[in-house]
Design a protein around this ligand. Structure first.
Ligand code: GLY
Length: 391
């Protein structure tokens, strides 16, 4: 039997990974009484993410709107990190390293230059440098490289550190974090009583609020009707460079190795995150022999010195994919339900932008124009944005 707790909560956030936690934090900063529900906060794609703030180097053909969102989000990260660190005294691991993108062979060079041409046409800050110049920047790069592009503004954060800081900030701001899954989302229009929006958790408890934000990664599709998220599995290896003092890697290094993308993200503490496969597979969290082998083989083609490093972790999680690779930020259709999901390869990067947009949706009653390309109504052509607004 469902029990109504007679909540005085303003906003319920379903999912407390880096998106849900950022949304909850920004809502709390704007004065909302917030409750988050998540059985394992931060154990989804946030746990696997390398944390590249790759507004330039993730930009590809046909994704001009996503590029715009990514650039805006990248510009927000320094303040976001500064505020979070000031509130909690905990680091987010923001490192202003820039990113080198490498081509392994001649075919990869052709591909990379084609993409670079697009970046130049779109006015992005990236320039081709010689492979010798790349090697001067990062002496551990391998001997066989065909081309290099330098993107000085693509930095990184440590998603696990940022998540930890966010949870600390939420607790300090008295956000209620309930470690339970949500079974059902209840649309509603009323401001009091049983027709208020809400959720039912796995204990059958009903939680009510003025607004329910679904930030449950690819699982959002199971909670919000018509939410077109899907799991895109990524496998990631973590290496420990502290074990080999002669190994040096400072900047994010990514590249194409015989057409396969790979990246190495060096943390300040010596951890190297190697990622990431993109597989249209269920979220089974299984690292496969083939996945791990391919990652490490391609990473060592660019940075052979990783051969000596201990492998400390192999992780598999699923990103929340969307049909057009743009996130879903805005009213979901059923009244009182807002989506903050579908961030695919850019969840960490887009967290501050998404959080600010959802907080504005609650505080000002509307989303900022800057995120209109991410409105879920684009997948419901018979509706316009007006129909999706909560009355
Ligand atoms: N942003 C990198 C990835 O999703 O693998």
């Amino acid at each position: 039997m469902e029990m109504d707790t007679g909540d005085t909560t303003d906003v319920i956030v379903v999912g407390c990974g880096i998106i849900g936690a950022s949304v909850a934090w920004q809502l709390a900063r704007r004065g909302a009484v917030v409750r988050c529900l998540d059985p394992h906060p931060g154990d989804g794609s946030t746990y696997a993410a390398a944390g590249m703030l790759a507004a330039v180097t993730e930009t590809t053909f046909g994704e001009h709107e996503l590029m715009r969102l990514n650039l805006e989000a990248a510009a927000m990260w320094p303040d976001f990190a500064t505020q979070l660190e000031a509130e909690t005294g905990q680091p987010c691991g923001l490192r202003r390293t820039g990113t080198l993108t490498l081509a392994f062979d001649g075919d990869d060079r052709q591909q990379l230059r084609r993409l670079h041409q697009l970046h130049v046409e779109w006015g992005l800050d990236a320039r081709e440098i010689t492979t010798d110049a790349a090697r001067q920047m990062e002496p551990t790069l391998g001997p066989r490289l065909a081309a290099a592009i330098w993107a000085p503004g693509d930095h990184q954060v440590d998603p696990r550190s940022a998540q930890k800081a966010l949870l600390t900030a939420l607790m300090a701001r008295k956000v209620d974090i309930i470690e339970r899954a949500v079974e059902r989302v209840l649309p509603g229009t009323a401001v009091t009583g049983p027709s208020r929006p809400g959720v039912v958790d796995t204990n059958g408890q009903v939680h009510r609020a003025d607004l329910v934000v679904v930030a449950a990664g690819w699982n959002s599709r199971l909670l919000a009707p018509g939410c077109p998220t899907r799991p895109v599995k990524g496998q990631v290896a973590r290496l420990d460079a502290r074990a080999v003092p002669t190994f040096q890697l400072t900047r994010v290094v990514r590249g194409l190795v015989q057409d396969r993308p790979v990246y190495l993200v060096p943390r300040a503490d010596g951890e190297i995150v190697v990622g990431g496969t993109s597989e249209e597979q269920p979220d089974n969290r299984q690292v496969t022999a083939g996945g791990a082998f391919a990652l490490l083989r391609d990473a060592r083609a660019l940075v052979p010195g990783i051969d000596e490093l201990p492998v400390t972790e192999l992780t598999a999680r699923a990103r929340p994919g969307s049909p057009d690779n743009l996130p879903l930020i805005g009213d979901a259709g059923p009244p009182g339900i807002v989506l903050a999901t579908g961030h695919y390869r850019n969840g960490v990067l887009l967290a501050p932008l998404t959080a600010a947009a959802v907080a504005a949706r609650w505080a000002d009653g509307k989303l900022p124009d800057s995120v209109s390309a991410a409105h879920p109504a684009r997948f419901h052509p018979t509706h316009d944005h007006e129909h999706f607004a909560v009355p």
